[in-house]
Ligand binder design. Structure first.
Ligand code: OGA
Ligand code: MN
Length: 216
C-alpha cells in the first residue's frame, strides 16, 4: 500500500466546505513533495519556452484573447514523476468526492499555467449549465514565498451576487482551491511576478450518441 498523497483531515475539511458553500480554499493543503517538483518543472518549461499562450473557448471557438486571459499553459501528459504524483493525489480526491457527493466524476484533466508580469484572467465560470461536463475545478499553487506586494490573487465571488467577493487566494506554494465549475465566478488579478499554478478539472462523461465529449 502506498501512503495517501493528501492528508485525510484536510480532505475531510475540503468535502465539508464544498458541500456547505460550493468552494474550498486551503493554505498548506498540498504537501511539499507534490508542489516543489512541479515548480521546478514549470520553471524549466518557461526557460525553454515550452508553454503556449492560452485561449478562450473550446474546439473551433478557441481564440487568443489577451484582454481576457494572459497566461501561458502546457497540458499534463504524464511525462514526469511530478505530474504522475499530482494526478495520483487528484485521483484520491476524485474518489473522496464521488463517495461523499455522488458526483460520478470519471476523468481529470490538468495544465501548468504561468501568468507573466501584468497578466490576469477576467472574472469567468469554468463551465456552463447544460454543457457542464467540467464539474469541479481545482487550482494548486506553486510559487514558494510569494511576495506581499505580488498581486495575482485569485478572487472567488458569490454565485448569486457576482459583485460580492467571498475570498482572496494568495498564490502561495501548497495552497489549493476547488469549487463547482458551473457555479462559482472567479478571476485572477494582475500579477507583478511570474505566477505558477496547476489548473485542473474533474469531468463527468457528457457523451451523446456514443461520442465521448472532447475535453478541450
Ligand atoms: C482557470 C483559472 C485560476 C488560477 O485556469 O480557469 O481560473 O488561480 N485559474 O490560476
Ligand atoms: Mn477558471
Amino acid at each position: 500500500m502506498t501512503p495517501p498523497h493528501l492528508p485525510p483531515a484536510r480532505l475531510a475539511e475540503l468535502l465539508d466546505a464544498l458541500v456547505e458553500q460550493g468552494w474550498y480554499h486551503g493554505e498548506g493543503f498540498l504537501p511539499e513533495a507534490l508542489h516543489a517538483p512541479l515548480y521546478a518543472e514549470i520553471e524549466a518549461m518557461a526557460a525553454r519556452e515550452a508553454l503556449a499562450a492560452a485561449g478562450v473557448g473550446r474546439g473551433t471557438e478557441h481564440h487568443l484573447r489577451r484582454d481576457i486571459r494572459g497566461d501561458a499553459i502546457r497540458w499534463f501528459n504524464r511525462e514526469s514523476l511530478a505530474q504522475r504524483r499530482y494526478l495520483e493525489a487528484m485521483d484520491e480526491l476524485q474518489q473522496a468526492l464521488n463517495q461523499a457527493l455522488f458526483l460520478g466524476l470519471f476523468e481529470y484533466e490538468a495544465h501548468f499555467a504561468r501568468y507573466p508580469p501584468d497578466a490576469f484572467y477576467r472574472r469567468h465560470l469554468d463551465s456552463f449549465r447544460g454543457r457542464a461536463n467540467r464539474v469541479i475545478s481545482t487550482v494548486g499553487y506553486l510559487n514558494p514565498d510569494w511576495p506581499a506586494d505580488g498581486g495575482g490573487e485569485m478572487v472567488i465571488y458569490d454565485a448569486e451576487t457576482p459583485e460580492r467577493e467571498l475570498t482572496r487566494v494568495r498564490p502561495e506554494a501548497g495552497t489549493f482551491v476547488c469549487f463547482l465549475s458551473d457555479r462559482v465566478p472567479h478571476e485572477v488579478l494582475p500579477t507583478r511576478y511570474p505566477r505558477d499554478s496547476i489548473a485542473g478539472w474533474f469531468r463527468r462523461n457528457a457523451s451523446l450518441g456514443g461520442r465521448v465529449d472532447p475535453s478541450r
